[in-house]
Design a protein around this ligand. Sequence first.
Ligand SMILES: [Mg+2]
Length: 367
Amino acid sequence: MGAKIADLQVYGYRARHRVPYSNGRYTYDSTEIIVCKVIADDGLSGIGWTHGDSIVIDSMLKIRPWLIGLDPYRMEMIWDVMYQPKLLGRRGLETRAISAIDIALWDMMGKSCGKSVWQLLGGYRESVPAYIAGGYYEEGKSLSDLQDEMVANKAKNARCLKMKIGKVSIAEDLERIDAVLDAIGKDCSLMVDANNAYNRIDAMKMGKELDKRGIYWFEEPLIPDDIEGLALLSGKIDTPLAVGENEYTKWGFKQLIDSGAVSIINADAQVLGGITEWKKVADYAQASNVLIAPHGDQDIHSQLVGSISNGLIVEYYDSNLNSLLKAFSNHIMISTDGTIPMPEGIEGLGVEFDSELLEEFRFYPEK
Ligand SMILES: [Mg+2]
């Protein structure tokens, strides 16, 4: 008899930000990470994590009894057990719960056979380019503060940087963009991310301005549901669009990719349905000649991007932006050539949480 799932433990952690920061549409005064640990009856375990709140926790608790007694290495079967549209919802935060559990199963699979997830998925290349995300809005943050931040990020070996736009007028954002371009120099590319902030008219105006400046990509110009608007926009500007951090499951991505609106998708395994589903999205994208540049966590996505042939670049968050990242024991760094090397000698995701360090941030289970 093989191993069986004996338990699913769930933890919620929240870190308050020193000062709230905003992107084009949302303001954050804290960061939450929901962690799950799948434990098998042979003693092995795997961890997965995602961002979210009590909806994610409640969804995990709802799924937990469905998992007990199942073979943890049958992810394809378990995914179908978890995906119950009428009971759990087809998209959104509930799908993030499925995502984190599926990620934990892949971590456990790696641990059980002594291979990294990068190896399990096919190990396509040995390093992946990375960019650093930043350039948020903050009360009192001046243009020179923004420049200093971006230059400091560049100094962490990034050859590509991202900043937020969409919260202020187009004229004001262009001032910010020009200030950053000036500061980071020609040997570093810049992406901009509007986080769904624009209507079609302003997205077009901004897109034409970005064309003049050679911006690497224009991320989430519109609401995720306006796929037709994205297709119209991409037909009229040269700057590539990148979307997908708010898209879910292979079915959502199939629609997005089939629309021809985007050539880069920000498929996030912690959001869209886990590693099992991410691989399907990546393969469908490969067949459609679309590149993958995941949104979010570098600990997970550097291995995933490195495993496929159509991986473009990995998003990198500095722990200055998210203090919970300090509790990861596997700190990934960007090498001097601007890439993240694939991990050697690790099993699964190779990430262990420092539960002592995390204890002060725990909000679930309640203390
Ligand atoms: Mg984004």
